[in-house]
Design a protein around this ligand. Structure first.
Ligand SMILES: Cc1cc2nc3c(=O)[nH]c(=O)nc-3n(C[C@H](O)[C@H](O)[C@H](O)COP(=O)(O)OP(=O)(O)OC[C@H]3O[C@@H](n4cnc5c(N)ncnc54)[C@H](O)[C@@H]3O)c2cc1C
Length: 466
């Protein structure tokens, strides 16, 4: 049996080597094992891939898919591998396509406000390159220093700026996609408006590599806001926190960021990265506004007034770039601080209509008390997207079981509040068992039919979403 497997693996390696060259293949056991995990905490790999391939051009991806299609070999696309829902884990071995070597920004066209780039481009590099042209690419997953375009399209990643600017799906206007049988297809265009037929581009955005392999993307850019202003406001009740967010929006101010940090997040961040955070408050709001410099001071003052009216017990303002950075560091350190609480952090990602945010956060606190779980809650209150980060030791059977139960109750709670299973992290294999609870049956059936049509042999990232 082992010999047959070995023979099969050698056969695949030989065939793929002819397409990409030996230098673009990893097949040693240690490397393959490393690719059987992502940023999801799993206790043991689902499977180990037969080989990892680094394509350098579309034609290679097409040839690999033709070979995989003919031989029924699963193919899992991988960008930086930071998915927290198991989206890029190989479930049935096969080939992993690592896009690290397809990392060119091909063109930025300032007149058309578009960029054309390959899937291995790191998000921060894309943002910095756009800035050279005074342009802005808003999607900003917190790990943008490593996460890549292909992965963030695969998951339609969001981030703090989603409330004002939308998520990845709002910026991808065209794609080059290699289909399951190796056919290369182009969707969309560089036109800013395009209703020529179905919106095929969006079918692939957020599809987690289950419908096609993205080899190029046309990205919409927008003019870069001239300036930003940031503050951190503390509150003694969640109700005041949420009302502040609503009142700011009712005053026709659209903050570029309006993020929530709960009491555990404040205390944990302060204990590991002391910066003077107040740890006796129930919650804090990090609020950023952006736009023309001349328009910001008035809005800033108005936001401070609204915070005070809603009983904010302390407001940390920022007059300089350094002070702004200090506030941002707090927010950016919060996940790292949580990771110091226990050997594992399980990041969840539910979203509800904003009117239900207080009920959601209070419900999460209750669930965590019930199961005795340490949890730091942070999230994007502007778009109702909350991330409870559970710190636990997965080796401890009782903690693990409690977490599994808490997770089920978390999803039921979000769904009962008209929410969804994910706002930006996706479904992967970690949430797939819950998808039928979340989707209308007709919708789910059609999704499965689309998958069957585009991937009749189920070789594209099998075992994800459904
Ligand atoms: C510390 C931390 C912070 C995070 N913060 C955020 C956040 O603020 N907002 C947010 O939305 N997410 C966040 N995430 C989740 C995740 O990291 C991001 O969504 C990220 O953009 C995924 O990018 P990646 O390059 O790591 O993709 P990967 O994890 O490698 O892949 C993600 C999915 O895309 C598919 N894929 C990859 N490349 C291709 C391709 N070429 N063609 C087709 N499919 C492809 C994969 O198969 C997989 O299904 C965070 C994760 C961590 C660990």
């Amino acid at each position: 049996m082992a010999l047959t497997m070995e023979k099969k693996k050698n056969g695949i390696t030989e065939a793929i080597e002819k397409i990409v060259g030996r230098e673009n293949i990893l097949s040693d056991e240690e490397a393959l094992y490393a690719y059987s995990s992502d940023s999801t905490n799993i206790t043991k790999p689902y499977s180990v891939a037969d080989l990892v391939v680094f394509p350098t051009k579309t034609v290679q991806v097409s040839e690999i898919m033709k070979y995989a299609y003919k031989n029924n070999i699963p193919v899992t696309a991988r960008a930086a591998g930071t998915s927290v829902c198991g989206a890029c884990l190989p479930k049935n071995s096969g080939i992993i396509l690592d896009f690290a070597k397809m990392n060119k920004i091909i063109e930025i066209n300032k007149d058309n406000l578009v960029c054309i780039a390959e899937p291995g481009v790191v998000i921060e590099d894309l943002k910095k390159e756009a800035e050279k042209y005074d342009l802005f690419y808003p999607p900003d997953p917190s790990n943008l220093k490593v996460s890549m375009l292909g992965g963030s399209i695969g998951l339609s990643s969001g981030g703090p700026h989603t409330f004002k600017y939308g998520s990845t799906k709002d910026y991808i206007i065209g794609l080059e996609v290699v289909l399951a049988d190796g056919t290369v297809m182009n969707t969309g265009s560089t036109c800013s408006k395009d209703v020529t037929g179905y919106n095929m581009t969006q079918l692939f955005v957020g599809s987690e590599g289950t419908l096609g392999i993205i080899t190029k993307a046309i990205i919409r850019l927008i003019p870069k806001p001239e300036a930003t202003k940031v503050l951190l406001a503390y509150f003694d009740t969640l109700e005041d926190t949420a009302k502040t967010a609503n009142d700011i929006i009712s005053k026709l101010i659209t903050p570029s960021v309006i993020d929530l940090l709960d009491k555990n997040t404040l205390a944990t961040t302060e204990s590991f990265y002391p910066s003077g955070l107040l740890t006796d408050k129930t919650a804090a709001l990090l609020i950023e506004i952006d736009g023309f410099k001349s328009t910001l001071d008035n809005q800033y003052r108005e936001i401070i007034e609204i915070c005070k009216k809603n009983n904010s017990s302390f407001i940390q303002t920022a007059d300089t770039k350094e002070e702004e950075d200090r506030i941002w560091i707090t927010r950016r350190s919060s996940f790292g601080a949580t990771a110091k609480l226990a050997p594992n952090v399980m990041t969840e990602d539910v979203v509800v209509p904003r009117e239900n945010i207080v009920t959601l956060v209070k419900g999460i606190w209750q669930i965590c008390n019930k199961y005795n779980l340490k949890t730091c809650i942070m999230g994007h209150i502007g778009d109702g997207n909350i991330h409870p980060n559970f710190a636990l030791d997965l080796r401890n059977e009782e903690e693990r079981k409690n977490f599994e139960q808490a997770k089920k109750e978390l999803f039921s709670l979000a769904l009962s509040l008209n929410g969804r299973l994910s706002g930006e992290h996706g479904i992967g294999c970690e949430k797939s068992q819950f998808i039928s609870q979340a989707l209308d049956p007709g919708n789910l059936k059609l999704m499965k039919q689309i998958k069957q049509l585009l991937d009749p042999k189920n070789i594209l990232n099998p075992g994800k979403i459904f």
